[in-house]
Design a protein around this ligand. Structure first.
Ligand SMILES: [Zn+2]
Length: 148
């Protein structure tokens, strides 16, 4: 379940100067860094942010959003020698049914597929659509009733 307070997580702050310094450490052009930044957020994305957009971020003409700041901090941590997996990981509060204390959770949370169920969960397999058997059963029951 995603509670409102998890959305209030303090957005990291990165200044235009810090962004310029990170790009300088990577020795990349504006266009190259646009790709690096975007792929840090979405690894399989084909195109990057435009060189003009990155330039505007670096001179403070465009705001460095929370997501961009997070990407910059990941890249910054990697400059400091932090492994990418741990650079990407961040502490979050979770509700767990099993003992996952200290574990790296690599899956992404998704909303239960049953209409009206507001539970968000990290699936055990990519095909898991419901957070619990009861929700799967209820959804099948509803679909069956609709067909009548
Ligand atoms: Zn559910």
């Amino acid at each position: 379940m995603r509670k409102n307070d998890t959305r209030l997580e303090q957005a990291p702050n990165v200044t235009p100067e810090q962004l310029r310094a990170i790009r300088a450490e990577y020795g990349q052009s504006l266009a190259q860094f646009g790709v690096t930044l975007r792929r840090t957020l979405k690894p399989n994305v084909g195109t990057g942010f435009s060189r003009e957009y990155v330039r505007q971020l670096e001179v403070g003409k465009k705001p460095i959003t929370g997501k961009l700041a997070r990407a910059a901090l990941i890249l910054g941590a990697m400059i400091d020698g932090v492994d990418e997996v741990w650079a990407r990981a961040r502490p979050v509060e979770v509700l767990a049914m099993n003992d996952i204390a200290g574990a790296l959770v690599t899956g992404e949370a998704r909303r239960c597929a049953l209409a009206g169920c507001r539970i968000e969960f990290v699936p055990n397999s990519p095909s898991q659509k419901y957070h619990a058997r009861a929700c799967r059963s209820e959804d099948y029951k509803r679909k069956k009733e609709r067909k009548r």
